[in-house]
Design a protein around this ligand. Structure first.
Ligand SMILES: [Zn+2]
Length: 95
């Protein structure tokens, strides 16, 4: 599959590693292998989960609790995003 490195969209007129990105219409190279990124994302995901556990266990005053809840919420949002990226990557390697 030839996807652009800029937008991960289909490359048009693909030839010899270069094509026109169907998304932004710029010349772009081919999307590189995602294995290293996947490994990094898995590490980040694990760290986020650890951070969330630490925040969960942290003792806070009532005032700080709002801040903590907000952080946990943001970490969960990030985790969800990373998970969906990882899922997409796994689908791509299966096909
Ligand atoms: Zn593009």
């Amino acid at each position: 599959m030839n996807n652009s490195e800029c937008c991960d969209a289909t490359l048009l007129n693909y030839n010899d590693g270069l094509g026109i990105c169907s998304d932004c219409k710029e010349w772009a190279g081919q999307h590189k292998d995602d294995n290293m990124n996947k490994e990094t994302l898995n590490k980040i995901s694990a760290l986020l989960s650890e951070a969330r556990t630490l925040l969960d266990d942290m003792e806070t005053t009532e005032h700080d609790d709002d801040i903590r809840e907000n952080w946990i919420y943001q970490i969960e949002t990030l985790e969800t995003e990373i998970d969906s990226v990882l899922k997409t990557m796994n689908k791509e390697t299966e096909t």
